[in-house]
Design a protein around this ligand. Structure first.
Ligand SMILES: [Zn+2]
Length: 248
């Protein structure tokens, strides 16, 4: 097993030419090529092996304009999640070793077809997911898998063969998905603990702003900080601290 990420890179190149979902799923086969052109590129930092792996997916969209705007950009990176992982899961942010990947390796717009074909796409892409997780684990005996939203965890628990030889499917953690659809869950949680939330914001705001300005060589600079960013991180910290040792 190589440790320099070349194996992961090779796999990403391989699934760029995979046509399985297009061949097997009728609704996708009917789509014009331009609507099925995207392949997910995982975000990898300091690995393999990685200490944490996050499983994301295209959430159901709220509106038609939402569907047009999201889900098809390559390497979509959630900035609050990036900061959260470095800050709360690692004592030293520079050591943060993690992978953010998608359940589907080929992605389509977050519309009705995306929803209806989700299970089948995840099924056909699962051979890549398994390979990816084995690469992610590398020589480590264990890594922590975190489902962004409930669906990846539920899918993997029900199809236990996918994680066979990788890890126990019942040991997957979960955080609330960062989609617009979940906004109310984050804000309600913060409002219920207003005092704690305010001190949380005061404590982490300077660090977060510095991260946006300088993190990943300035790649996050165009991100506009919003109160919602802090609401998410505040809830994620609560969701994970039950089972994991958080650094803060
Ligand atoms: Zn696929």
């Amino acid at each position: 097993m190589t440790q320099d990420g070349s194996e992961l890179k090779r796999m990403v190149e391989e699934f760029a030419s995979c046509a399985k979902c297009r061949e097997e799923i009728v609704e996708i086969g009917r789509l014009p090529a331009s609507e099925f052109a995207f392949h997910w590129k995982p975000y990898a930092r300091r690995g393999p092996p990685f200490k944490y792996v996050f499983l994301t997916w295209e959430p159901p969209s709220l509106t038609a304009s939402d569907a047009r705007g999201t889900g098809i950009e390559e390497g979509l990176v959630d900035v609050p999640l990036q900061f959260f992982v470095r800050t709360f899961l690692f004592a030293h942010p520079d050591d943060a070793s993690f992978l953010i990947t998608n359940m589907a390796k080929c992605s389509i717009k977050t519309d009705d077809i995306c929803q209806r074909t989700r299970d089948r796409r995840w099924h056909y892409c699962s051979c890549y997911l398994k390979r990816e997780l084995l690469i992610a684990r590398g020589c480590r005996s264990q890594f922590t898998l975190i489902s962004v939203g409930l669906l990846p965890r539920r899918f993997l628990e029900r199809r236990s063969a996918i994680l066979e030889g990788v890890m126990d499917p019942h040991s997957i953690y979960r955080i609330t998905h960062y989609s617009r659809r979940c906004e109310a869950r984050f804000s309600t949680f913060a409002e219920c603990q207003r005092h704690d939330f305010e001190s949380f914001c005061d404590r982490f705001r300077p660090q977060y702003q510095n991260f946006i300005a300088t993190g990943d060589n300035g790649n996050f600079r165009c991100h506009k900080t919003a109160i919602g960013d802090f609401q998410r991180m505040f809830k994620w910290r609560d969701e994970l601290r039950v089972g994991l040792q958080l650094a803060r």
